[in-house]
Write a protein of this length. Structure first.
Length: 179
């Protein structure tokens, strides 16, 4: 749609001038079609920019691990482990001879540190109620602190759930799956 003022100007031009204007406009259209869109000239994110014109960086292939001749660092073995598993050689892999009666030439010790299995401890309170023989009033035994009536979880359990929920951002559904 061409405005009336522009139409009037175009009607005054000669055919050669109109052809020149059309050629300029076609060249502009071609230039805009071939222009690469990037984050500098559009709203495109920089991560979407075309990067083939940049030379690729070659990464050095460094050897992984400890350097040759370094001092070995190991965790010291615990003298009194909680559990010891003796692994004896029963038979020779080569000739299948019985080796259970042989004295070991060498003992190789390895230790694995593991967390104990977490298992909930259920504490049941039995609060007894008796009638006083003097006044006839019923009396109940006093419940220990932290195990009051109406409480379903102990203070440590509540502290753990609170920590997981508020400090570590676990949802309650995810916490209940753990137990």
């Amino acid at each position: 749609m061409i405005p009336e003022a522009s139409k009037a100007k175009l009607e005054e031009k000669s055919q050669e001038e109109l052809i020149a204007i059309i050629e300029e406009l076609l060249a502009e259209i071609e230039r805009l079609r071939n222009k690469r869109i990037n984050s500098g000239n559009s709203s495109q994110a920089p991560s979407r920019d075309f990067k083939s014109d940049k030379p690729k960086r070659h990464r050095r292939h460094k050897k992984v691990g400890a350097k040759v001749g370094h001092e070995k660092a190991e965790r010291a073995l615990v003298e009194n482990p909680n559990k010891v598993i003796d692994v004896w050689v029963e038979t020779c892999e080569n000739c299948h001879a019985n080796l259970l009666d042989q004295v070991p030439v060498r003992t190789i010790r390895r230790q694995v540190t593991e967390l104990p299995e977490i298992k909930a401890v259920v504490i049941e309170t039995r609060q007894y109620e008796v009638c006083c023989p003097c006044c006839g009033q019923r009396q109940r035994g006093k419940l220990p602190k932290g195990l009051e009536a109406g409480r379903q979880f102990g203070p440590r359990w509540e502290a753990l759930v609170t920590s997981l929920h508020h400090e570590h951002h676990f949802g309650f559904e995810r916490i209940w799956v753990l137990w």
